[in-house]
Design a protein around this ligand. Structure first.
Ligand code: SF4
Length: 185
């Protein structure tokens, strides 16, 4: 049985691999029930698309469960406009576009692609200031694509027992500081 990674954990892993542990990656994701849930959601999503029964706005997919067998990812997309082929991830406020943000968008992209959609554009939307930040699709950004793939591999082979943090300032800003036995802060 292979573990499936929640799309939302990609950003956490970059902050600190151990934070995923606290999110129960190695509990929940290795749990058969969760694996089954991913599989079921993925299959249900495929079925729903086949039958064209998503959303009352029939050309907009919002918050649907997605699944990639190739990357062993599952989670939710934010908004996908099927007519325009635009995948958008909304955030309350964007000051910096971190790698983790982009990896989450890539994950959504690959899940949708595997489900048969044609995605022409990917982008972020900052709602506080109404700004749009278009991004290259992964195929047009080999450097970021390589980082995305190596991050997924690093998560899959992460050795929680032997991990030692190296960045004190991250620990000082970590929400898990009170639970973590390896904090540097
Ligand atoms: S306190 Fe430090 S080592 Fe522990 S999870 Fe947070 S960032 Fe990682």
């Amino acid at each position: 049985m292979e573990a499936y990674l929640k799309i939302s954990y990609l950003n956490d892993f970059i902050f600190c691999p151990l934070s995923i542990y606290f999110h129960q990656l190695y509990g929940e994701l290795m749990n058969r029930m969760y694996y089954d849930e991913c599989q079921i959601n993925g299959k249900a999503a495929h079925a729903a698309i086949d039958e064209q029964r998503y959303s009352t706005h029939k050309n907009i997919l919002q918050g649907i469960d997605v699944y990639s067998d190739e990357y062993k990812l599952c989670g939710k997309i934010d908004i996908f406009d099927m007519d325009k082929g635009i995948l958008t991830e909304r955030k309350k406020h964007i000051e910096t576009i971190y790698d983790g943000y982009i990896f989450q968008l890539y994950a959504q992209y690959f899940c949708l692609k595997e489900m048969g959609y044609n995605i022409k554009q990917i982008r972020f939307y900052s709602s506080d200031d109404n700004k749009v930040y278009p991004q290259n699709v992964p195929e047009n950004n080999p450097v970021m694509m390589e980082k995305f793939q190596s991050t997924i591999k690093a998560i899959q082979s992460f050795d929680v027992e032997n991990f030692l943090p190296a960045n004190k300032s991250k620990c000082e800003n970590c929400i898990y500081i009170d639970f973590c036995d390896r904090t540097l802060a």
